[in-house]
Write a protein that binds this ligand. Structure first.
Ligand SMILES: *Cc1c(COP(=O)(O)O)cnc(C)c1O
Length: 422
């Protein structure tokens, strides 16, 4: 099929090969999003059961969701939050992050991974990525460690676990806390062990594009009773009720606010959805891996693109499928190829704009000139110029997958050409 595309692709032949952006017929009539939730009748029944019960928030369903979630990811405790972002904020608080501290994270992530440091008056520091895995490079982390460093916050980009052993070694050597951002990595494994119980704390997100959803929601997992106590305090206004911990005790009604916490609670309504989704996690993961495999097989031999490299230590949860373009082999820009795929009705995306490129971060780094000084990471920059995220979610049909493959081949081969020889 490729040879056929290659031969006809460059000429204004049958409309089948002419990209929609150049006036041809789109591969699909309807738009395929890059991600979406998968809700079934079981989910709806679980939620309505809670709506008819006595507890809408912080009741037995939440406790059960936390218990089952912790068990699933191999952690002793799980503390639910109202979002993955709130979970990151809570984890940094529990780690004792404060004014003047530095938190080292990846530039190739959603802004929330770095914003959590700013919420607490700390400074996010970006360590460059490994050019093969696209994950934070432990050697780059080491270069960024200063006496002010408090936390290393690796992000398991696309669901592929970071190389945790050298990160843990650095943390032990410099007495740092490790908080994994596993928003992409529910169900992933590092050296055969599930992500969730391997570091001081690990955060997850239940946004509808993630592996399981609660509408909005998040979780922190930990093996430490002390971290758990700080997390519980923080998600509930900093309030303490345990008589042993009170500064004063004025009677049975009495409680104290001992820290500035937030209302970051997850409701029982959401927890019911989370529990019911968690029961299907294995199916979701299996389908994600199947789709990634189909993409890999379809694109592995195309010199115009690079499929996602998988490190031997990693078993990815495949939240995202990120295809990297090889610019020397293409006569069109990433932007043109992106627009051409959208014109085929394929909901491609770009994950991510390096966090420090956002104007807010540029102003932080250099309030006058909005430059990138102090943050610039060359590998992250190179990657950002080349990547396109393809649709990947468990409810995709084989037909959807074939449409994505057909659209990518059609567009890539249309714009194929060895630029370096001209
Ligand atoms: C989704 C996501 C978050 C934030 O999660 P929310 O639940 O949307 O607040 C944090 N980090 C990464 C890498 C994410 O993808």
């Amino acid at each position: 099929m490729d040879d056929q595309y290659r031969q006809k692709g460059r000429h204004n032949g049958p409309g089948r090969h002419l990209p929609a952006i150049a006036g041809g017929r789109p591969v699909r009539e309807t738009y395929l999003p890059y991600a979406r939730q998968w809700i079934e009748e079981d989910d709806i029944r679980a939620v309505t059961r809670v709506l008819r019960s006595d507890w809408l928030t912080t009741g037995p369903t939440l406790a059960e969701f936390e218990r089952q979630f912790a068990a699933r990811v191999g952690a002793r405790y799980a503390v639910a939050f109202s979002s993955g972002t709130a979970a990151l904020h809570g984890a940094c608080f529990a780690a004792g992050v404060g004014r003047g501290d530095e938190v080292i994270t990846s530039p190739i992530t959603f802004a929330a991974s770095a914003n959590c440091a700013l919420y607490l008056g700390a400074k996010p520091v970006f360590a460059d990525i490994d050019p093969h895995t696209y994950n934070i490079d432990p050697a780059e982390i080491e270069k960024k460690i200063t006496p002010a460093t408090r936390v290393i916050l690796p992000v398991h980009f696309t669901g592929q676990p970071c190389d945790l052993d050298p990160i843990h070694a650095l943390a032990a050597k410099h007495n740092l806390t490790v908080i994994e951002d596993a928003a992409h990595a529910l169900g992933a494994e590092y050296r055969g062990r599930p992500i969730g119980g391997l570091s001081d704390m690990t955060i997850f997100s239940f946004h509808p594009v993630k592996h399981i959803t609660t509408g909005e929601g998040g979780m922190v997992t930990t093996n430490s009773e002390e971290y758990r106590q700080w997390l519980l305090l923080f998600r509930n206004h900093g309030i303490v009720r345990d008589p042993d911990l009170l500064v004063d005790d004025q009677g049975p009604w009495y409680y104290e606010m001992q820290d500035l916490g937030y209302n970051y609670r997850l409701t029982d309504i959401q927890a019911a959805l989370g529990l019911s989704q968690l029961a299907r996690l294995d199916r979701f993961l299996e389908r994600r891996r199947e789709i990634a495999q189909m993409y890999n097989e379809a694109f592995a031999h195309l010199p115009e693109v690079t499929i996602p490299y998988q490190a031997p230590h990693a078993r990815s949860a495949w939240h995202l499928y990120v295809l990297a373009l090889n610019p020397d082999r293409l006569k069109a820009s990433r932007r043109r190829i992106f627009e051409a795929l959208r014109a085929e009705n394929i909901g491609v995306n770009v994950h991510y704009i390096p966090v420090y490129r956002h104007p807010y971060y540029r102003w932080l780094g250099d309030p006058d000139s909005c430059s990138l000084s102090g943050f610039y990471c060359p590998n992250a920059e190179d990657l950002y110029q080349r990547i396109i995220t393809l649709p990947l979610f468990p409810a995709m049909t084989d037909r959807d997958v074939r449409d994505v493959i057909a659209a990518v081949k059609k567009v890539i081969l249309w714009y194929s050409g060895d630029v370096s020889v001209h």
